[in-house]
Write a protein that binds this ligand. Sequence first.
Ligand code: NAD
Length: 370
Amino acid sequence: MAYGADGHPVSIRYHPPPMTLKKIAIVPGDGIGPEVIAAGMTILERVKEARKLDLEFVHFNWNADEYLRTGVSMPPGAMDDLRNNYAAIYLGAFGDPRVPDMKHAADILLGMRFQLDLYVNYRPVKLLNDRLTPLKEKGMKDIDFVIFRENTEGAYVGMGGFFRKGTPEEIAVQEDVSTRKGVERIIRHAFEFARKTGRKSVCMSDKSNVMRYGGDLWMRTFEEVAKEYSDIEHFHMFVDALTMQMVRTPELFSVIVTNNMFGDIVTDLGAALQGGLGMAASGNIHPGKVSLFEPIHGSAPKYAGKDVANPIGAILSAGMMLEYLGHPDEADAIEKAVVGAIDADETTHDLGGALGTKAAAEAVLRRLEV
Ligand SMILES: NC(=O)c1ccc[n+]([C@@H]2O[C@H](COP(=O)([O-])OP(=O)(O)OC[C@H]3O[C@@H](n4cnc5c(N)ncnc54)[C@H](O)[C@@H]3O)[C@@H](O)[C@H]2O)c1
């Protein structure tokens, strides 16, 4: 079990999918995706062998190359197959300059989030070594919180349109959708998580001073759900203030819950506090159902194929996936091995080390006690 700075266990202790589901879909994607997923697979294969885990890794080459070759981003029936026959998805990143409209990425990654109803975006922001944070006089004791981003609604549903497109009078409308069901389930999830993991507070962040309707729904729902969790402190912060306080006083936060777009933005800030985009892991979760685990970084095309990408975000995402599947001790062992490699400075350049992707993953593997 992993423990936070406050001494409380940080296992997410989700209700895992049924144990009859053994298959894990491996989807490396584009750019640096294949390299960081290969690194994560060395860890997963070792854990599987050592702990005799009954898991079957199934590899899929859904990516820009395939899309450009065939015009198909995901074969028909693939989403249903994932929904019905898989316990989890382990994914790299999508994005390729040859597909400027990001069609395949939208079909695959956003397709999975929306069609598999992965409404919880789980983003731990945990500093693993004091020297990695850019914040002066802040350290591991200060930076250890969790962000829950609503993952299926908001501005990302793609509702809207153009009027008089391409003319000087052009109008573009992009809707920001919040439903009572969607808002309530992510807020409830944040409180449940806080209670189960012994975290002291939940902060809800929005822009309800300006976005009156959606914000009003978020505020009312937050106050109503909070009444059921009187053991957990709750407070509200406008998202502009949140970004400032995450930098000035990160120790203020324990659990943060916010909408899809604000979550997208503040989780990158969270990654910066942890040491950079290469450090951050995430889960796209529907408790009890097939869920997706991925490093938060993108495909970083300029680094693709160069053996320079930091594999830690992908490795920690593999650990998070094992935790979700009911193996928290294995996840804990992976995090310990990562911390050991960082402490010994056996890391990639972005963390100040001198290793390539493969060697940095080997440094973790050597320390893995399973
Ligand atoms: N989940 C996803 O698949 C996802 C997420 C974000 C961006 N993208 C896509 O990725 C492509 C590139 O986007 P971007 O440049 O804005 O974001 P990015 O995360 O790919 O890269 C931004 C910068 O962060 C650093 N970085 C990222 N990952 C790193 C790693 N593992 N190790 C070391 N440094 C790392 C690099 O300096 C990189 O240039 C775009 O097509 C974008 O749409 C995909």
